[in-house]
Ligand binder design. Sequence first.
Ligand code: KIV
Ligand code: ZN
Length: 506
Amino acid sequence: MSDRKIVIFDTTLRDGEQSPGASMNIPEKLEVAQMLSSLGVDVIEAGFPVVSPGDFESVHKIAQVVKGSSVCALARCKDRDIEAAWDAIKDAENPRIHVFLATSPIHREYKLRMTKEQVLENTDHFVRKAAALTSNIEFSAEDASRTEIDFLCQVIEVAINAGATTVNIPDTVGYAIPAQFAEYIRTLKTTVPNIEKAIISVHCHNDLGLAMANSLAAVEAGAGQVECTINGLGERAGNCSLEEITMALNTRRDAFHASTGIVTRRLVPASQLVSGITGLEVPRNKAIVGRNAFAHESGIHQDGMLKNCMTYEIMRPEDVGFQKTDLVLGKHSGRAALNDKVNQLGYTLTPEQLNKLFEEFKVLTDRKKEIYDADIQSLVQRVLVKETTKYSWKLESYSSASGTGKKPVTSIKLSHGDFFVETESETTTGDGPIDGIFLAICKLTGLALTCKEYRVHSVTVGHDAQGKVDVTISFNDREYRGQGLSTDSIEASILAFLDAVNRIVM
Ligand code: KIV
Ligand code: ZN
């Protein structure tokens, strides 16, 4: 039996970005979209343009810049949603409008206040409206897994008649269980008369930890598209994880007879990029991309591995993008070696970007003897995001003194604006050096900030490892994230707070 090609629809930038703490700015979204395209994702759901001017702008930019993947925008069954979605994506190589309407009794009665007939009429009307703009139309029956199956079949038939080329069956609240969900897909396949004109898609949430099992069950039952996200990000407990579904289909071709176009050795870099940008760490034991996913600790396992890797490994770490050895470069490494490493990690830089990276790399090699993959990855991300982010507050210098029984004293000098016009400094005594930094930054910037979260961790190993600081601050009831990277953890903290401040004033 020949393999079926499963369409991979990534919604990291839409459903993923809706998850608390995962919001991204426009340069970051663009960076993720480029990575998704180089990963081989078929459809990138770039966002929900009607929601805000910022959402519109990011989808519009992605549509203009990203090549090789279809770019999709979400729209409710409303005129202005469909118009905004189309305006945002019309420049894309292969634009897709994704129209959705809830179909379950609870959504019909309490959320939409619509009868079944009204749901059918709206589906027909708005799918037709979208289909008049482009031929690539997806329709989602929100909360499909809690919808009466005969009504769901009716809605799907109407959507296909109106021009939907993909029909999505979301398990919106993560309620489905694999056997029942597969039965839904089989029923749609056998009952809806025009079903052959569309691809059946599934979109599973992970509230019961079943997103992956339900997606696989649906593929076995005939679904041709899976919606998923990098690291399983998404509303509440998240969505089906892209890396897991890809590797399950790849590793168990014997069972699923299906394949994807995903370049699997880019999975780990993609996961690290998204985690680096959002500050949402990947659990060490996360399947496929967690740091422990290929680590063998027990003596029996290590013995087996030495004799034959296949005793305890069903996939090779290098196939998903882990490097065999990740000790890479040092003080004497040149630009070409750096570029080679960058390419191996899945990034392609322009000569100007490589120059900037090389400068930062040289600064780092003065501070740190051995440079690891994770160091390079952090630097690349910083260069790429910095390039398109306008920084108004910059750190010029700082000093911080603390000791047992002493009040810490922090002095920070910042510059403001493109030119070094306003340079100020402030000395503050706080509860500790981090408190001192934070208070000084509030005074210097004149912003009344609240620190919501502060986390520090090392990027690699060793006493000279780079410290990465993630902060969340709030200003005027909105939260902003920031990241700082340095071998000096106080400096990394200042950079993280300034990164967050710059997002407020951007
Ligand atoms: O979970 C859901 O139902 C969704 C739809 C908009 C596809 O995200
Ligand atoms: Zn969803």
